[in-house]
Design a protein around this ligand. Sequence first.
Ligand SMILES: C[C@H](O)[C@@H](O)[C@@H](O)[C@H](O)C(=O)O
Ligand SMILES: [Mg+2]
Length: 425
Amino acid sequence: MPITITGFQTFDLRFPTSQQLDGSDAMNPDPDYSAAYVVLTTDSDELSGHGMTFTIGRGNEVCVTAIRSLAELLVGTRVDQLMADPVTLYRKITGDSQLRWIGPEKGAVHLAAAAVINAVWDLWARIQQKPLWQAVCDMTPDQIVSCIDFRYLTDALTPAAAVELLQPLATSKAKRIEQLQDSGYPSYTTSAGWLGYSDDDLTQKCADLKTRGWSHFKIKVGRDLDDDIRRCKILRREMGDDAFMMVDANQVWDVPQAIAWIRELAKFQPWFVEEPTSPDDILGHAAIAKAIAPIRVATGEMCHNRVMFKQFMQSGGMQVCQLDSCRLGGVNEVLAVMLLAAKFQIPVCPHAGGVGLCEYVQHLSIIDFVCVSGTLDGRITEYSDHLHEHVRHPVTMKSGRYMPPSDQGYSVEFTEAAINEFSYE
Ligand SMILES: C[C@H](O)[C@@H](O)[C@@H](O)[C@H](O)C(=O)O
Ligand SMILES: [Mg+2]
């Protein structure tokens, strides 16, 4: 029976993480992790599609309003027709000319597009009774490529070149799926290193995460150099010399300041430096990368579309690609960026410091490994410890690795209890 989208509900969910300073960094001192959440209803009682975008508080109300405008475009649509050529979904949601005017493909309207597109992919996977990752891994290279809007990309990557990248991996997918089912996908954790945590918290949380199996830790920097040096010392001491440390400045520095500051932190051997300056400053990132090599520059959590990613990769401004499941236009645009990364041989290490993001990125990293990159080399996906109890199917971690989810859909369906308790009035 074909399924038709008949309506939708939106929810403004805000979790009071600012009370403990979970998620805090040099740019965002007191975030309240929030989900602008949409549920697409259908003509089947059993099937609905769940999608969200991530904000850190008041921005949620703007996103929820934008989600309402976009979700309206889907009411009355048959899912099988929409997903027969999946780029249709992306174009329908990002192409409405009057709404496109307030983007295009950036800002609140694109965050909202992510929520709506994620909800359709969730629904589409549920219709097939598969987890999202499996629904995508079961696609042929041509089908995967048919999800992508190649407008503005063909100077770097054509559809034919994308198929060529995917083809050699298509016959060995089962082997990689088995590997993940056996030992999971590697992650790093940010949960000890939030900027607002005391030195004691940092020490204790680091010890706890180490015991639970993590060997890659990210720490927030950029507010005060002396603080950074002291906190990095604590982290290094707790983690041990063999562990990997990453530092994240969340965009606070100017280009020359970034270079000088990172040189001061170089003795801690950061595996990468994240968001050293404005997320829009492609040439600034390239200049920083050149000056601090061999330390690598990571960015992407606020890189708002595939065009920006293309330029970052073309210009040498990004050595680690931290795409975001809720900032790019859903799975369609994520696939575009993964393919660009494969073309430029840049590892994809998705961003997940937020609510629901870990649940999303586990699927994306599986897809990247199984279908697009074929390797775990230098790949590591972010993990943070917060708020998993509020979704029906939270991530399963084993020794610091994401275990492939088996529940149908894209894993972000909030519980009734979470909706009742955290809906913002
Ligand atoms: C406000 C947020 O917690 C950010 O600090 C977070 O997303 C961060 O940049 C990260 O890389 O996880
Ligand atoms: Mg970050």
